[in-house]
Design a binder for this molecule. Structure first.
Ligand code: DP6
Length: 362
């Protein structure tokens, strides 16, 4: 598929006059990280993530035909019941990017009503779940205009549009493992949209657990836009992109053969590599907090003591994602409660697990 294949052509938009669609779309946690991109939202390396289950956004998109045709976009954003003017520029930027693929967006007045299952400014990025939910609502309008589109195309284009809103959102349409970015050994992988991990996944990774420890709920120190730019002219960028490609290759094998200790090693190394990139860029950042490190030390200690397959990963922030196989759920939950939540802000954490992707709500 190329960009051209996603351009909607010759559709009669006299119908529908108005309507609304609601989608629930999950967040995701990258195992091999996307960090560095070029225009238009093309990743510098492939990434792979677990789709989450409990961390999600629910978005309703109401649309009605404009009274008088106008080229400007007409959109109102309501976040958790409140009109949000400051959310609009991001949406307008997104609309500009996707207009060529869904030209009908200039023909309607839109109201976007959206809410997250996780607390606002919990440090959990809502761009993946938010942008994928919006992209899916827009695809539902496209399907209304063109009912013949196949499910596969629907999902691919939803991921393609979501990517233009936020790169990681491309990985939030389906589950449980999604690859975004071209890799020579992942069939059908693409820089334009995410694809489900195309090989059989070992049962060790079924319903994998992710408990998110909210270490620092403050505003992000580095926005993703600034973050990705740090990789331009980064002294170690080329090596990092090579490493990520190699890690996709290795992880692909691990996911098939079930080697949990290799998984632990690779996933933690990826998280620390991501943070190393931030520490060695200019400007430089340390996004971990003292409690992030304390949690990491505790996890290592517990692993040594119990031979558990627990590990951690990090986003571009201080929160820690604790990953573990389902069979260890009970034991690790008590370890988390007894030893880790003291390092969380207000003792807050979220239990999540790998899920199967977005859902349309009636
Ligand atoms: C560290 O998808 O938030 O979470 O494309 O600018 O919206 P934009 O960036 P975004 O970047 C996510 C970076 C990351 C790693 C990852 O999810 O792969």
């Amino acid at each position: 598929m190329t960009e051209k294949d996603f351009i909607l052509k010759n559709i009669d938009t006299t119908n529908p006059e108005k309507g609304s669609f609601t989608w629930k779309s999950p967040s995701n946690i990258a195992l091999v990280k996307y960090w560095g991109k070029s225009e238009p939202q093309i990743p510098k390396n492939p990434s792979i993530s677990f789709t989450l289950n409990n961390c999600h956004t629910i978005t309703t998109l109401e649309y009605s035909k404009k009274n008088t045709p106008a080229k400007e976009y007409s959109v109102e954003v309501i976040f958790e019941g409140e009109v949000k003017e400051d959310f609009k520029p991001k949406i307008i930027k997104f609309f500009k990017r996707v207009e060529i693929y869904i030209p009908f967006i200039t023909e309607f007045d839109f109201v976007i009503k959206t809410e997250n299952s996780f607390p606002h400014s919990s440090g959990i990025a809502s761009s993946a779940s938010g942008m994928s939910a919006l992209a899916l609502c827009l695809m539902s309008i496209e399907k209304e205009l063109n009912p013949t589109i196949a499910e596969n195309y629907f999902n691919q284009k939803a991921s393609f549009l979501a990517r233009l809103g936020s790169g990681s959102a491309a990985r939030s349409i389906e589950g449980e493992l999604v690859v975004w970015g071209e890799h020579k050994n992942i069939s059908n992988s693409s820089n334009l949209y995410g694809v489900k991990f195309p090989y059989p996944i070992h049962k060790n990774f079924e319903n994998y657990q992710d408990t998110i420890l909210l270490v620092d709920k403050g505003e992000k120190q580095v926005s993703s836009t600034v973050g990705h730019k740090l990789m331009i002219d980064h002294p170690f960028a080329e090596q990092r992109f090579i490493q990520a490609n190699e890690n996709i290759e290795k992880l692909s094998k691990i996911l098939q053969n079930g080697d949990l200790s290799a998984f632990v090693n690779l996933v933690e190394s990826e998280a620390l590599s991501l943070h190393s990139m931030m520490m060695t860029s200019n400007p430089y950042f340390i996004l971990m907090k003292p409690n992030t490190l304390k949690i990491i030390e505790k996890i290592w200690e517990y692993r040594k003591k119990t031979a558990s397959d627990i590990c951690f990963t990090l986003d571009a922030g201080a929160n820690v994602h604790v990953l573990f196989p389902k069979r260890e759920k009970e034991k690790i939950n008590s370890f988390i409660k007894n030893e880790l939540i003291v390092f969380c802000q207000n003792n807050q954490y979220i239990c999540d697990d790998a899920g199967f992707g977005a859902m349309k709500l009636e």
